[in-house]
Design a protein around this ligand. Sequence first.
Ligand SMILES: [Cu+2]
Length: 464
Amino acid sequence: MKLSRRNLLRAMGATGIASAVAGLPASAAITPKARLEARPGTARLAPAEYEPTPIWGYDGGVPGPTIRVRQGERVDREFLNNLPQASTIHWHGIRIDNAMDGVPELTQAAVPPGGTFDYGFTLPDAGTYWYHPHNRTWEQLARGLYGALIVEEPEAPDVDRDEVLLIDDWRLTETAQIAENFGAMHDWSHGGRIGNWITVNGDGYWTSDARQNHRIRLRLVNPSNARIFNLSLKGLSGWVVALDGQPLSTPQPAETLVLAPAQRVDLIVDVTADAGTEASLVSHERGGSYAVAVFRVGKAEAERRTEGPGPLPANPVPETGPLQNARAVDLVMDGGAMGGMRSAVLNGTDTDIRTLVNQGKAWAFNGQAEMTDTPLLSARTGETVRIRMDNRSRWPHAMHLHGHHFRQVLQEERMGPLRDTLLVQSSETAEIAFVADNPGDWLLHCHMVEHAAAGMMTWLKVSG
Ligand SMILES: [Cu+2]
């Protein structure tokens, strides 16, 4: 039997999804421990009739252990690299000490096979974060190296449950092995490595029991290389309370949810489906819609809450000063298939697109298809910075800034919600602003990780 989600769904339709799925306590918190080891392992990504899939995972599993701490506490982990490649850990969305940011060449040397690195940092912000490698990310992330980093508010919101759902997109062969074509230039010059198998917390059919009227916090994370999820709720009704870990000042009704690579959405939802039915998180794709996570709904044990959730407490992220005094820079994003880019700078020389592609590059920031020796922008600590990102390519890009959270500057200089990763659509210009309050060298890159590897990476310097 060929591994195809559509085939499986048809088979499931005949037997009933619920009967085919074993529940997994996948997002259970672990006791904090001193070591985090990246190593090969196996995972049951596909149904039981397939052999387990060889993966690379933190502590050998996918997802890696969920790290849960309280706001203001520290995380200390000795990273042990037992992969056949050098690696690092990037703590995505954490306003972290630069030396702990995990970017090879920029903030640390990549950790060789058998090597270790001590990561230790405090967590200034509550919210939903995650960790992943920042070396050969296009291969290491696709093999399963990621985990959730949850920073709890001093006082938890009133919910019955708190679930972390890491929604990943895998490219599997028909025997449920990870397809090894990581460097495929067609992926790199198009939408990135898009897969054919979706898992939640490493499970192709993530299912859990819930009760009617329960209020659940759902922490959605997209650790995919490149897939943008379009999600909606069925039998669940509620609010978006945070984006990329940062609380919204007013919870917004949860309707359609766009989750670009690396982004997070925190929801607080009530189970509205009838007892004996299913509630689900539904993914909408060109090929159709299907449930990626299913709650089997049991009998209510309490009335539904009448009040919506209040806002989560704000994190201590500084607000920008007047934008007209800000240090401003333009970032022109170009390249990729069907685009107009004819050449870009590689190895210091203007290089035609054909030669670029032969060297594994297909994109450019301000005409540069590689990291430059000088930063895109230098700021003094405490300065307000604005970056106008002009996407002239035919593809959307999920732009991630390290070490800071920013707001999008909207019409009439209204400010959007705090984020660390912003989806910039084709032909869109999106401006972001933030206070450069964290000294160090910080990446700004596309989180479609093939795009980053093929040219969409630059950096900022914040000096004391
Ligand atoms: Cu991109």
